[in-house]
Design a binder for this molecule. Sequence first.
Ligand code: TXA
Ligand code: MG
Length: 364
Amino acid sequence: MPTAPQTAAVIDEAVQTLRHGGLVAFPTETVYGLGADAHNPEAIKRIFAAKGRPSNHPLIVHLAAPEKFDVAQVDWAALVSPWVRDLSEEALQLISTYWPGPLTLVFKKDKSVLYELTGGQDTVAIRAPAHPVAQALLRQFKGGVVAPSANRFGKVSPTSAADVRSEFEGMVDLMILDGGDCDVGIESTIIDLSSGEHPVLLRPGVITPQAIFEKTGIRVYKPGELVKEDETVQDNALPRVSGSLRAHYAPSTPLRMYGPGRVLDALSEFTDTKSRVAVAVWDSESSLSEDGHPSVNFEEILVPSDSAAFASKLYRTLRDLDAQGWDLILFPEPPAGQDWDGVRDRLQRACFGSGPSSMSHVSN
Ligand code: TXA
Ligand code: MG
């Protein structure tokens, strides 16, 4: 399972691998993806098998953004049209504002789009990732590449080539493109445009509804949010967004959150004096040791108090701490506000699914 630097020859090899129905892990600006040809049903099945993911959980199609993009001139409609049934003005506005970038849009699918990739649904999720290696691969492949995060089902998404390697240890025929550490660090924001009425936020990310409204005037609703009196945006019962299941992104070390000023309480609830606890603390706050020592062994890890910086390091930190053999990991609850919704969502799911027995209640 070689991890290759991205020379032209390596991109060539990756393109050939995809054309022959193989899998290629590649960096995006959010997390690493596990890629396959979106038009090859056998290759798509291989992705579900490699991840251990149920086949009704749909995948995102990744498309290349045109090479020299002058945002005003790019013909995004030509790029997206083969995949979707309707492309509204609103959709085109979101695309031209945020692509390439960490925004996934869900449309009614064109009939040519394989049900194997949509989990049997009539909709398809699409994004154009911004990472230059992803762009090089997609441009040369000249087709859609389905790519879930390159982790085993229910585990923390990978943000480096080494993370991908450790997830798929022993899978000899997996090619991994190394593009360094991912900048964004959490998965793309997903917005459902398939109802043709209200755009609905399916997964929070670094692009927030508030930022979208300020930039484009487009209102994105949260599922369940009241639109008008007596009209609620429907929250579909199907597992349309696997990340919407309660347990996801989970480390195997138990993980808990503590409220503002409650870290000593959280530690004192943990009475086993032999236990070792890793405590994440805002980098803007004073050290815990100034507040008195609880009876357990603990070590502080500073985490950024800026939401983008926090997101960028979240999975890295969880993976590293998980590998260090702590008995418990404590994280501070993120503050209120949409900028923190993406990381709060991932942290809550990680807490719920964490622990050695996590697979018993992890559903994704
Ligand atoms: O940032 C990202 O989006 C990363 C990188 C690799 O691009 N990909 C990613 O893929 O997070 P994955 O498969 O781990 O998560 C994709 C999410 C899933 O929760 C899936 O349910 C949702 O997208 N999704 C895909 N197609 C959908 C559809 N037609 N309707 C609703 N949700 C969909
Ligand atoms: Mg995932």
